[in-house]
Structure formats: structure tokens, C-alpha cells
Design a protein around this ligand. Sequence first.
Ligand SMILES: [Zn+2]
Ligand SMILES: [Zn+2]
Length: 292
Amino acid sequence: MERALSLNLLNAAGVVYFFGVTAACFFTADLLVLPRLSADGDLASPGCVRLLLYCVIAEVLANYFAVLRTSRRNSATSTVFARTPASTNGSSTVLGYSGLANAEFCLHCRAKRPPGAHHCPLCRVCVLGHDHHCFFTACCIGRCNRRHFLPLMLHVLLGSSLCVCLQYLYLARVFQPALSVNIWMYFYPITVVLYATGNADASVVAMVTLLFATLFGVLASFYFFFFQLLLVCRGQTPHEFAEVSAPAPKMSLGSCRRNCARVFGRCGLLQFLWPCPALPMPEDFARPAKTA
Ligand SMILES: [Zn+2]
Ligand SMILES: [Zn+2]
């Protein structure tokens, strides 16, 4: 009970953090940092930076809601698995997962689920191709929304890196000359001590807090994007990756191209330009790799 409560609190905190930091980064960059840096001539082409900021924020929000919208299709017991013909005996696959012959029984859902599906106690369903429960979107990442999760992480990485650079330039331009302190004041604990001893302004603390919250976004999105990219290319989920006893990926279709196509579809790169949740899931890619 206590664990469920703390997980739900973490779910809420993740969403608040995501929207709070995204909004704070966008509005400080657009209304405060960019006007000041362009007035001081610190940026070669502020118009291009502003356009990049708008594009990235639009991509982040579009991919975020695409992840949420498609997460409902991940339910292993209600949608995809229900479409699995009863005659499927493990020799063919549906969406790349072998059928009833290899099914496990979920005690929580009281239903069979295909291999690769895992039960999420927070979403209270078995999730097909379960990857992980994402606290920033408060939903599970699985078979049907993984193709939007990777573009989301890529755009969060781009956007947060851009904002960290702008915030750093702003701190260096506006606060450093006035306070005559060195670069170490941007290290968060030092900033707080300087503020407590009356040597730094509250606005400096606010900007450094935002800088570190954004930096956390850079590190988290960097980790998730490249780890996920590796797993997609190998045709794995983190559960399979963690299994020391399984050296070869069980769900792999045999080649990196086929594994990527199973997640992103035929025109997979389109998903990185703009999320297209309406594009059908690539069931035809899921047939077992041809053996020579
Ligand atoms: Zn279940
Ligand atoms: Zn979940």
C-alpha cells in the first residue's frame, strides 16, 4: 500500500517536473534570455535560435502527447493479444511476439499474455513489449508508443541542451560582472551558500536552480535516447537486456534494420520529423527472419 502510494506520488512529481521545467525553460529563454543576449550582441543570429527553440518545443509537446495517446494500445490482454488467432501455435508471430503456445498467465489481470509482456502495477495492465514505466509521462513505454518515446527523448535532449547553453550565457553576461565572482558560483551548493550569506541575489539562485534542473533533463534524455537506440537496434527490451542468462536477444528479427522497422514502421524516420500516431503498426515486419 505504502509502495503504491509512493509510486503514485513519483508519477505525479514526474509530470509536474516535466511541465514545470519545460515551461520555465521556454518562457525564460523566450522572454528574458534571448532579448538580453540579442541586445548585447552575444548571439550571431538570435532569430534562428528563437526559431529552433519554437520548433523543438513543438516537437517535444507533440511527441509527449503521442506517447500518451498510443500508450492505451499497449495493453497486451485487451488489444493486440485478443487479435491473435487461437490457432497460433508459436510457429508464426503477431507483432513480432510468438503466440499462445508461449503465453504466460498474469495473476493480476487473470489473463494470458504473450512473451515480452509485463504487468505494470501503476497502469494495472500487462503491457505488450514492456520497456519501462515512464514517470515523466505517467504511462508505460511499450510496443505501441516506443516509436514516439525515442523522438521525444531526442527532442528533449536538443531542447534542454540549447536551454542550458542560453542560461549559462545569460548568467555569465548578466550576473558575473556585477557580482565579481568566478564560475564556481554556478555550482548549485555554492550558489545557495552565497545567497544565504548575502553574497548572491535571489534571481541568481532561481536561474542556477533552473540551470541544474535543465541539466538533469540533458543527462536523463541522453541516457534514455542512446540506451533505447541500442535496445531497438538489438531487438530487445530492458528486461531482456538485464537477463544475464540470455546472451542472444530472443525477440530479435535478425538484423538491425528489421528490428528498427518493427518499432518505427516502414517510414521510420518520419517519426523523428513529426509524430505520426495514425501510421499503422508494422505487423508485416514482424514475421520471423528468413533463415538461409
Ligand atoms: Zn497483468
Ligand atoms: Zn506503467
